[in-house]
Design a protein around this ligand. Structure first.
Ligand code: PLP
Length: 387
């Protein structure tokens, strides 16, 4: 099998498994316990937090371990919106980009339905990019109320478009609005340095960088108001109660550091392979079109539409041929709805239903991609023949 679905998930790195093993076995303490076993766990948790902080260029106290990217997104959007409006009732607007992951879209919808916030969508162009000037205009808009929080993802999970986060964060800072960015797909491929990105909050997920599923991180710049969503024993400095998953935090720190250490080499190698693959696909399937931005895109994502086919049937045909990828609507599994991301980019409904995403791990090889491009051309030709 050739696995070209690394944006969905990655295998856990051996080093991460080895690093977390002791905290699942002989050093199984609860970090809140006041005995040696507890203190060993607390020390490991804080070391993991410091190691993650080094990768993000922030203070360890600015990081909260979560159960993944979804929880980090929920905590950022709901937590900041609710806390800021509690402090200033005029802050009742929430801005999110038109191509956010469901973790942000549904959190915003919850804030609208249950808490009466007004949710406004920041548009994207046909490549999936938000124009910082348009965003600045919306922030300055005279609509009643101020903006409690804005969220614009760093890199899109379906088409790989990378936003100009520093420019968007500068616009938000000028308007005095905290900007959250979902960096789940960026991790391992783009710089996560929060000082240069200038974001107020940022989400990371472990299983996209070689840590297990079910662990993530939220960066919250110190001084940011954020209402906890999970109440209890006050762990994670009160931001997220519940006994911490020490083993997974250790695995996340290990995987994140290794991904960061290998990032420059991986980006150079995989970008070249991606460009070659895009060329092969566009030549091999003349009716295909690349989706997303030509250059501002994740090194490891190549996404296309294949008008005249059905994405789902090409996906199945490819799997039969040993190639695993994802259709545009992977996040809305079981739904026939075309991707909201492609719709926001102006791709017509019938064409959006033909989308496929190929996403590569750092170890992908030229031979694998040559095979995938040839099988893809054959699979599309077969599906077109079958009508
Ligand atoms: N945000 C983006 C952009 C993602 O791609 C994903 C997962 O695919 C998530 C959030 C959710 O992360 P998790 O699976 O850790 O909950």
């Amino acid at each position: 099998m050739i696995f070209l679905d690394a944006a969905a998930t990655t295998p856990v790195r051996r080093e991460a498994i080895e690093a977390m093993f002791p905290y699942l076995t002989n050093q199984f303490g609860n970090p809140s316990s006041h005995h040696e076993l507890g203190e060993l766990a607390a020390t490991a948790l804080e070391r993991a937090r410091e190691q993650c902080a080094e990768v993000l260029g922030c203070h360890a106290e600015e990081l909260t371990f979560t159960s993944g990217g979804t929880e980090a997104d929920n905590l950022a959007l709901k937590g900041i919106a609710l806390a800021r409006r509690a402090a200033d009732p005029s802050l009742n607007r929430v801005l999110i980009s038109a191509i956010e992951h469901p973790a942000i879209v549904e959190s915003a919808d919850y804030l609208r339905r249950v808490h009466g916030f007004t949710v406004e969508t920041v548009p994207v162009d046909s490549t999936g990019l938000v124009d910082p000037a348009v965003f600045a205009g919306m922030l300055a808009d005279s609509a009643p109320g101020g903006v409690a929080v804005a969220s614009i993802m760093y890199a899109n999970n379906e088409v790989g478009t990378v936003q100009d986060i520093p420019a968007l964060a500068a616009a938000a800072a000028d308007a005095g609005v905290p900007l959250h960015s979902d960096a789940v797909q960026a991790a391992g491929w783009l710089s996560l340095d929060v000082g240069s990105l200038r974001v107020t909050a940022m989400s990371i997920s472990g299983h996209k960088v070689g840590a297990p599923k079910g662990v993530g991180l939220l960066f919250l710049k110190s001084g940011t108001l954020c209402e906890p969503l999970v109440h209890g024993g006050g762990q994670e400095r009160g931001t997220r109660s519940g006994t911490e998953n020490v083993a997974f935090a250790v695995a996340l720190a290990t995987a994140l550091r290794l991904a960061e250490a290998g990032r420059d080499d991986a980006v150079e190698r995989v970008t070249a392979l991606r460009e070659a693959y895009i060329g092969q696909v566009l030549t091999g399937v003349p009716s295909s079109r690349l989706t997303g931005h030509g250059t501002r895109r994740l090194p490891n994502v190549a996404s296309f539409v294949f008008p005249g086919t059905s994405g789902e049937s090409v996906l199945l045909e490819l799997e039969r041929r040993g190639i695993v990828c994802s259709s545009g609507s992977a996040c809305a599994a079981g739904s026939d709805e075309p991707s909201a991301v492609l719709s926001a980019m102006g791709v017509e409904r019938t064409v959006a239903q033909t989308a496929l995403r190929f996403s590569f791990g750092a170890g992908v090889t030229a031979a694998e991609l040559d095979t995938a491009a040839a099988e893809l051309a054959a699979a599309v030709a077969r599906m077109q023949r079958l009508g």
